[in-house]
Design a protein around this ligand. Structure first.
Ligand code: DX5
Ligand code: ZN
Length: 223
């Protein structure tokens, strides 16, 4: 299955499990699916690239076996190459890495694709889009981080809408946006060209089905 390759022009919602109740993770994901979610955003943090620590391949494998939605792993870790085989084995459909800490990005993206997953790059707010120009033939999606990676619930950085616009001039691959996405900010990103809306706290601070639906309704009204 190629989630990003089959997206066409659609705008979709991807709940970030970072803000979910981990004690009932599968049910939390099912709740978001009832609100229209199509992809699970699985944030992996190592207390090194970012100060936070989350979950790894074992949890991804359990979740993949328990829910119908495809899982996208966002590796906010210093050494993603060490983890890619385990996430492939876990059954995720796509994996994004942070180019700021990957020394041999071409090789890393190749590892992801060789495992049968789609390969993404996730850009820190101050990482220039131009820095991934030579990687674009090996990329299936770009994640524009609209907060600094590490935590949910941070304030949206408005300049990131301009970064989405710049990327749309550079490439046809789908743009994912991640950080501070709400019913208020999602339309700005969709107008700029974003198609995959990652949202954590805005989805899970209320009934997750309603939270997801609220963001999608606002986004689709603007697209
Ligand atoms: C931040 C993560 C995000 C985070 C977004 O490092 O990559 O996916 O969960 O959370 P909100 O939507 O609360 O900003
Ligand atoms: Zn993320």
């Amino acid at each position: 299955m190629t989630f990003f390759g089959q997206l066409g022009g659609r705008v979709v919602g991807a709940p970030s499990i970072l803000a979910a109740n981990f004690a009932e993770l599968a049910e939390e994901v099912r709740r978001t699916a009832r609100g229209g979610a199509e992809l699970v955003h699985f944030d992996v943090m190592d207390n090194h690239f970012v100060p936070n620590l989350t979950v790894g391949p074992a949890v991804a494998a359990s979740l993949a076996a328990a829910v119908d939605l495809p899982i996208d792993a966002h590796l906010q870790v210093t050494n993603p190459d060490n983890l890619i085989p385990a996430f492939v084995e876990a059954g995720v459909v796509s994996i994004s890495v942070q180019p700021e800490v990957v020394t041999h990005l071409h090789r890393t993206l190749g590892m992801i694709r060789a495992g049968g997953c789609e390969a993404g790059v996730a850009l820190n707010p101050t990482t220039p889009p131009e820095s991934i120009w030579w990687a674009l033939p090996y990329v299936d999606y770009v994640n524009v981080m609209s907060v600094n990676p590490g935590f949910g619930g941070q304030a949206f950085i408005p300049e990131m809408a301009e970064k989405v616009r710049r990327l749309k001039e550079m490439t046809d691959v789908p743009i994912q946006v991640d950080g501070g996405i709400t019913a208020g900010t999602a339309p700005l990103m969709v107008e700029a060209g974003a198609q995959v809306l990652v949202a954590g706290s805005a989805v899970f601070k209320e009934d997750p089905a309603s939270g997801m639906r609220r963001i999608l309704d606002a986004a689709l009204a603007s697209s």
